[in-house]
Design a binder for this molecule. Structure first.
Ligand SMILES: Nc1ncnc2c1ncn2[C@@H]1O[C@H](COP(=O)(O)OP(=O)(O)O)[C@@H](O)[C@H]1O
Ligand SMILES: [Mg+2]
Length: 242
């Protein structure tokens, strides 16, 4: 199983949306995918229409629970729990919990925007890290701080950065593209080709509690998440079922 921590120190960079919609697109391509909601806010769990579902991530990290099925074939969820805000364990609970997951191809860890227990354990346990970022000047430092932290904790781990809520018409976005491309080479991460556009269908899909591919399959957001899944499967050397 390939484990990917989806993390950024900043909030609101579309981490949870990306875990939900990338997860659904990976499942559509034949990958048995499990999503773990590590954020006490539970945005991912809500977006999948599973708020209140149990057992939760707190049971899972204690070895007492297995992922639940979702409405999407091949997509599973370990639901969030507000109690995650209070977990301060120093022990490595995540590694053993991931080790107990059998029969899955990919695990996406939806991390809180912090350096708390859950995010740190996720980065320490993952095979790769995916960093969603906005394309605005303040984001450049955010990515560089996140990448520096990851590289200190896990030297050599592959890091992929995906631009989210992207507004291609803005000169600002294009300026950021070139700065991110330069930073990627200097800092040693991969800037993905696929960008996820700012698209109202993505926000609406959360309100409807379904992946954007179900809510509005022809929207630019849904199409972009399909492209992102294709790009990552190829990069991760995993097959894509037709
Ligand atoms: N591509 C997008 N287009 C439009 N709105 C988006 C997009 N991605 C995220 N959003 C909005 O931003 C909010 C925060 O996204 P979320 O995935 O929860 O961020 P994070 O997990 O990084 O804090 C969402 O509730 C949604 O309304
Ligand atoms: Mg989130």
């Amino acid at each position: 199983m390939l484990t990917v921590a989806v993390w950024n120190l900043k909030g609101g960079t579309s981490k949870s949306c990306t875990v939900q919609n990338l997860g659904a697109e990976l499942a559509h391509r034949g990958q048995r995918t499990v999503l773990v909601d590590l954020d006490g806010q539970g945005t991912l769990t809500y977006a999948l229409g599973m708020e209140g579902a149990a057992p939760t991530v707190l049971d899972w990290i204690e070895g007492k629970a297995y992922p639940l099925t979702t409405d999407t074939d091949d997509l599973y969820l370990v639901p969030g729990d507000v109690g995650m805000f209070q977990v301060t364990e120093e022990a490595d609970l995540m590694g053993p919990s991931l080790g107990r997951l059998k029969g899955f191809d990919i695990c996406l860890l939806d991390c809180p925007p912090s350096l708390g227990f859950a995010a740190v354990q996720a980065v320490l346990s993952a095979d790769r890290v995916l960093v969603p970022t906005l394309c605005e000047p303040a984001a450049l430092k955010g990515v560089s701080d996140a990448v520096q932290f990851i590289q200190e904790e896990r030297p050599g781990i592959p890091i992929e950065v995906v631009r989210t809520r992207y507004r291609s018409r803005l000169v600002l976005s294009r300026d950021m593209d070139s700065q991110l491309a330069v930073q990627a080479v200097a800092a040693g991460y991969r800037l993905l080709d696929t960008t996820i556009p700012e698209n109202i269908a993505i926000a609406e899909a959360i309100a409807h509690q379904v992946p954007v591919g179900n809510h509005a399959p022809d929207s630019t957001g849904a199409i972009a998440y399909g492209h992102l899944a294709q790009e990552l499967l190829s990069l991760w050397s995993l097959p894509s079922a037709p």
